[in-house]
Write a protein that binds this ligand. Sequence first.
Ligand SMILES: Cc1ncc(COP(=O)(O)O)c(C=O)c1O
Length: 389
Amino acid sequence: MNFAGLASRLESIAPFHVMELAKMAAALEAQGRSIIHMGIGEPDFTAAPLVIEAAAKAMADGQMQYTSALGLPALREAISKQYRDVYSLDIAPSRIIVTAGASGALLLACAALVEKGTEVLMPDPSYPCNRHFLAAFDGIAKMIPSGPEQRFQLSEAMVREHWSAATRGVLLASPSNPTGTSIKPNELGKIVAAVREKGGFVIVDEIYQRLSYDAPPFSALSLGEDVIVINSFSKYFNMTGWRLGWLVVPPHMVPAIEKLAQNLFICASAIAQHAGIACFTPESQALFEERKMEFKRRRDYIVPALQALGFGIPVMPDGAFYVYADCAALSDDADRLTRKMLNDAGVVMVPGLDFGPYTAHSHVRVSYATSMENLREAVLRLQRYFLEQ
Ligand SMILES: Cc1ncc(COP(=O)(O)O)c(C=O)c1O
């Protein structure tokens, strides 16, 4: 490909395959085909009623001007209160910066910490945009192959082994996209201590933290004030398109992040911020917990169903709404398999390609953020499809 006229960093930024598959699926739907979407990582639930009411009220009241670059004080207070109520953690609102989704938070953290040649360790597989956020600041994602034995996460030993003179930090997501697996708090504590020794940074993306099904709530913020945490209203709060998230940083980083936020975004959407406050009412929280239990029910259905179809799932995903399934027994090329499953069975899954080279050809990511009815129908279609092969 010819990148003439464009910055050379674009050569290391790949397109998002999940979006390519979504486009193919849309083209089939336009021809009248019925397609079941288990590709994109987006809750099928939409914003809670009180959130919608709060957005309408903000608009009716004319509360639509720029806010402070750090976010509305009432929203930062509400997020701080959530840390107290759910995690028993005292996180000062002054350390919480409201952003345009976790994506905005990742961008600000990378802008503040990454420069040319900065190497950051992350597991392979991991969320594709992470390595591209680094590339946008001329940093380098050092992706460390991580299999089911490590729950697809890094360990302290892996961090120590791969840390080089150019390494400045570690970027993890727990629970992870694409694997739905969490890092054990004890192991994360050891990683944080090892990185601290080296004077580096640890960023933990907790966007799926409140969608953890098998363990009590845990935030990496409990490991010390120096840990940087990313979060969002997209997943647990079912607000993907509202573009709202947050970043928690050590106190000394706040002025740097504020200056970046002022320049890069001015602020997150004012309407979304006013609406987001309503996520923390008891009524909305009860609804989100109900929806979380529905996700768990779907996980408990889909994991054995995929195994019965021939997919390998050696480690039970404990969070998010993904299963990272080994398809080596079904095909030697996950990309071809996902295209065939889409064309022949009308079921969308994403090939491992997006998430790093290590398991690119042997794994698919299955999103169970769709109704039980759709999941059951997808399983029936795949049973028929594999019988015909
Ligand atoms: C691990 C992870 N981090 C960040 C994001 C970006 O989310 P947001 O919509 O909050 O920008 C996603 C979205 O899928 C994700 O899975």
